[in-house]
Design a protein around this ligand. Structure first.
Ligand code: ADP
Ligand code: MG
Length: 288
């Protein structure tokens, strides 16, 4: 399988925060959701991929090529959507487009106007007159109009109402129906992933906790519930995270076979949601 994006032992040190040698890979033709709580290091990682920040170690390859050595060529084929609007407020959409289009060799005005129509964007309005959702759609229209093979987006759904968010996710899903295209987007909302992500990379405090196909994650983890008397120091160690009351416990375990061996059918086993998995991983150690 061809890889569109490879991040290998990437390191970045700030005063009070560090990305700690993170690694993950996005195969061509898929959507990867990059999820983690606020401050986990998502924007930092994306800025490093885009070479807007200087890395302290590791390697990043886009389309199989080093992202700095081949920066110009690579950026021609990346559609990048920032987390904050970086357009000039006083320009109209049409003026903004005319400013941006010349940077791209494969700019296609037909495609641009196709998306303007689909998204129902007013070309004669100024950027400052757009709602947050419209700004996001406009960013996306620009990102999609130069034949990008990889879309990179930092929190595209944050601050959007549920309807616009759902529309945006539908658009992403449609984009990857074209097998040449891949999407990498960050979010802190797990429901974004349930709908469209093929792969999930979960970052927490600058470390990758999990990077896997979504279906494998959902198949491998289970929630186990039972009476507190079933727990001992040995089987407790198997949990990713566990919550206890006086009488009962419930916890997340990463493999069904383990449960059979540990509890011999004396427990209730349930399928977790992505939200459950994230919460247990983040809070697991506090509960224990
Ligand atoms: P996320 O996008 O996941 O919310 P960020 O990558 O923006 O998280 O930030 C991760 C951490 O790095 C935060 O604690 C943030 O304060 C810190 N950070 C981000 N940029 C800088 C910087 N330029 N200098 C120092 N610290 C930074
Ligand atoms: Mg961020």
């Amino acid at each position: 399988m061809e890889n569109i994006l490879e991040v290998i032992n990437l390191r970045k040190n700030f005063n009070k925060f560090a990305l700690k040698d993170i690694s993950f890979t996005l195969p061509k033709g898929y959507i990867m959701g990059f999820i983690g709580p606020n401050g986990a290091g998502k924007s930092t990682t994306i800025k490093l991929i885009m070479n807007l920040l200087k890395k302290d170690g590791g390697q990043i390859k886009v389309f199989g090529k080093d992202h700095i050595q081949h920066e110009k060529e690579i950026k021609q084929h990346i559609g990048f959507v920032y987390d904050e609007s970086h357009f000039y407020d006083e320009l109209t959409l049409d003026e903004t487009k005319k400013f941006i289009a010349p940077f791209y060799k494969s700019w296609d005005d037909h495609v641009f106007h196709k998306y303007i129509k689909i998204f129902q964007l007013p070309l004669d309005k100024k950027i400052k007159e757009l709602s947050k959702g419209m700004k996001m759609k406009f960013s996306l229209a620009l990102a999609l109009s130069h034949d990008a093979k990889l879309l990179i987006m930092d929190e595209p759904t944050s601050g959007l109402d549920p309807i616009v968010r759902s529309e945006l996710l539908d658009i992403l899903y449609e984009i990857i129906q074209d097998e040449e295209k891949s999407v990498f987007f960050s979010t802190h909302i797990t429901s974004d992933l349930e709908k469209v992500a093929d792969y999930i990379t979960f970052i927490h405090e600058g470390e990758i906790v999990l990077s896997m196909a979504k279906d494998d994650i959902l198949d491998n983890y289970c929630i186990v519930k039972g009476g507190i008397d079933l727990l001992d120091t040995y089987n407790q160690k198997a949990f990713v995270g566990i919550r206890k009351t006086q009488y009962n416990f419930q916890g997340l375990i990463d493999c069904r076979e383990k449960v059979q061996n540990l509890f011999k059918g004396n427990v209730i086993i349930e399928k977790p949601s992505l939200e459950d998995i994230m919460l247990y991983i983040v809070r697991g150690k506090q509960y224990a």
